[in-house]
Ligand binder design. Sequence first.
Ligand code: DAH
Length: 340
Amino acid sequence: MRDQLAKIKEEAVAALEAARDLEQLNEVRVKFLGKKGLLTGVLRGMGGLSAEERPVIGQLANEVRAYLEEQLETRQESLKSAGKESRLLVETIDVTLPGQPVVLGKMHPLTTVLEEIKDIFMGLGFTIEEGPEVETDYYNFEALNLPKDHPARDMQDSFYITAETLLRTHTSPVQPRTMERLAPRVPVKAIAPGKVYRRDDDATHSPMFHQVEGFIIDKGITFADLKGVLLTFVQQMFGADREIRLRPSFFPFTEPSAEVDVSCIMCNGAGCRVCSQTGWLEILGSGMMHPRVLEMSGYDPKEVTGFAFGMGVERIAMLKYGIDDLRLLFENDLRFLAQF
Ligand code: DAH
């Protein structure tokens, strides 16, 4: 039995040495030290020993077990740390690898254009005014000389909230709101950018879109001032060689009124598909502020005059970037947006 124990010890030590990983080590443990292992098998045979020999062999067996357990533990520790080390070797960082590209976001083309419009007018000394998107009938229509049954209201078929409130159909209501606050002080020189809403939906109209309103009130403001300011704006926005053309038009809040065209930015006025062969692109409405509009909001039209204009931001962005469907601006498809 002594020999048996010595043999088991020797074999077990060799097997522990040979184990290449924790799994193999566990197999060795089961084989030699497990409940049905070789060591236990030897102890089972102790029944046939004499009373003197039994404790001696028993103690020897315990010593062998203790020794093997200790060896097992040591081997386990060294296998564990070897595993860690080899993983560290495999996982070291290769600083020569190219980095992961960082994808930078961009401004939405509408935001870019809106910021540009604001910059140009702030450079000309305009301040920025704001008004609510849910507007009263009074400011959206009446204070702009569009009384209740005025036919011009039809052009701005609207989203009503109640009989007297609606989603504003243009940024023009910021005119009377600003005038009421400042009257009778002059000069007033402001733009009002913001969202507006109409019941329209096709390739060139969206139920929500953006406008920038602008107006100047002072003593002695004339149509020449209007023309000068708008020409400066157009040349800064579309290029120094642009020209403008004013066509007579009608708006209830201006008299006289004019549509402003810019010489076509695609063909330079020669005539092309974009300008429908006319050489001109319509970009905004404008006019001298109607005396009644000034008067209703606290200014004396015999003392001061003013001009006003309103432009669609989407339209300007479409012209500037050659976008042919306005809905692309609102679909948020990155394949489209990433081009700007
Ligand atoms: N409010 C007009 C519209 O939405 C645009 C406009 C035209 C504004 C002439 C003006 C103006 O201030 O003078 O169609």
